[in-house]
Design a protein around this ligand. Sequence first.
Ligand SMILES: *Cc1c(COP(=O)(O)O)cnc(C)c1O
Length: 401
Amino acid sequence: MDTDMDTPQGVIAGHRPASRALATEAVHAGRDDLARQGLHAPPIDLSTTYPSYDSRGEAARIDAFAETGAELDGPPVYARLGNPTVARFETALARLEGTESAVAFASGMAALSAVLLVRASMGLRHVVAVRPLYGCSDHLLTAGLLGSEVTWTDPAGIADALRPDTGLVMVESPANPTLAEVDLRAVAHACGSVPLLADNTFATPVLQRPAEQGARLVLHSATKYLGGHGDVMAGVVACDEEFAGKLRQVRFATGGVLHPLAGYLLLRGLSTLPVRVRAASETAAELVRRLAADPRVARVHYPRIGGAMVAFEVHGEPHEVIANVRLITPAVSLGSVDTLIQHPASISHRIVDADDRRDAGVSDRLLRMSVGLEDVEDLWADLDQALTPVRTGARATMTTA
Ligand SMILES: *Cc1c(COP(=O)(O)O)cnc(C)c1O
């Protein structure tokens, strides 16, 4: 079998196309072999195991995987070692982020866990991190569930916080939920030889490609914008092939694999990612203008980079706004085609100690909204009626970065 022609892995190795624009990659990456196979939609391979009459050959391939973690040459062996449908999504995401490789996991938290385990297995258990992070990422580090020890600092303190056993520096930009931004290039410089992990869930590669700015690891909760329809849970790390090999070995040994159906849905989600992110960002920017001019709103957070996430603080009770929305769905998560709103201090960041949360700029009045693809006037009408009971105060202040 000519594996270069027949497997998506072969497409990476043997038929990597010349550089194409993001919108083109979004619909073609991970699918380059389909036309030659007489297919249009990518096949979903649900096999957990694969027949082979050559056990000597399998022994050699498993030895090679144990050595480098490189994707298996030739047909798959067992679904925990790799799946062709998931590999299509990985190929596509790596192309969009501009990295050599990407490794997919069952959730964003499984992806972050695998990164921490890779570094801990090398004796590098210390993590330097900048708040705010997504609530559960903060919790995983603070609680030391995987044996890591965290030093929290601001971006300017990173270089001083590094120790000989520092295995990772972690930032989110824009951060969940305040949309605070860090200068990724400056942070990457401060990290020296320690890998910088940038959580790019909020920006997506449409707005920002952290690997180009020096981040060695780009993490996504693919549950959010990459899937884009609120029906897939997944995580992925885009990185160089050397680190990807270690992540695949951890994934193989710990089992946080992505299901092939999820891989299929994610690949489909990527094809509309640029269109979705740009359309929702335009609507978000208009809602930001209206919120910032509204006397019921105390403060609006919106990053310089733009995007479809908006955070704002009301003068009155944030719980009332949540209780009053009708078109907008009051729910945690983000990045779906429909607009969601939630109260971070109650839900997404509840697990973070209240003082740490407030120190990170997550006020008890903060609401986080993920703007979807609805018409802007319908969204504003809903926000306007949901805000009505809130008592008015001074004009809103606008915060960027
Ligand atoms: C949701 C989220 C995560 C965790 O991802 P899951 O897919 O829910 O495990 C990590 N980082 C950010 C920024 C998130 O929003």
